[in-house]
Design a protein around this ligand. Sequence first.
Ligand code: NAD
Length: 255
Amino acid sequence: MKFIIHGSAGRMGAQLIAAVENSKGNHTVAACVDIMYREHPVVGGAYPCYASLSEFGGEADCIIDFSNHITTIPLLEYAVERKIPVMLATTGQTEEEKAAITDAAAKIPLFRAANMSLGIATLCSLVKTAVCMFPDADIEIVEKHHNQKLDVPSGTALALADAVKAVREEADFVVGRHENGKRRKEEVGIHSLRLGGVVGEHEVIITTGNETLTLKHEAHSRAVFADGAVLAAVYTADQKVPGLYTMEDLVAACK
Ligand code: NAD
């Protein structure tokens, strides 16, 4: 398969190119797209590079996107127009951009995940089980990332919040608690730390008062996201019908 790497000059770009080259199967990079590709020519130097998707009219089986949420709408317009499936890993989308994702998924196969690691997919499933087991427990979500990360809280922390909400409907999320006062029963805190080069850490802490269960995932290298993204891109390109596909679908397909 041939993939367009969108955001190829970023932190994830080089990892993605390596993941495509090292993946099982006859996969290659069709094009590297990044507004900064001239400033960072080394990454993707072996492949045709463009500043914008609209400059590329060649064949591709899927667009792998790790860029910036402001590109989500134009990227989806291009993909729908050209009927190219999309593997969207960029986080931090606005409500308008999320609506565009839903619309596009009615027309093309579209995979979206805030975290491409299979470990995080497992964590989400464990969180649902634990929250069911301890219906009265206090729950807090803590995430740590490098000091260049733009979105707060991380998309993965929000995905973990969704996992909590799936089994505890009354959960009321408080981002970065800062007001005086006791913790409300239904409150679930989400806390974001930004430190040096931390690749990504997520913790869900569940406390009954008598015991504490901490579910934690640490990404040691960005390669984990790149490998998951290539796996997901192959899965997305293989889909015969439009739809919004997630890590749950990918994990189910791997079983
Ligand atoms: P980065 O800032 O290092 O790279 C982003 C790249 O996108 C930059 O090179 C930038 O020039 C490019 N870009 C920005 N606007 C563009 C445009 N209009 N057209 C073309 N290129 C454009 O960021 P990063 O650390 O590589 O992360 C990128 C995104 O992926 C972020 O949203 C991040 O949160 C997300 N991410 C997701 C996962 C996951 O598993 N889902 C993992 C890591 C990062």
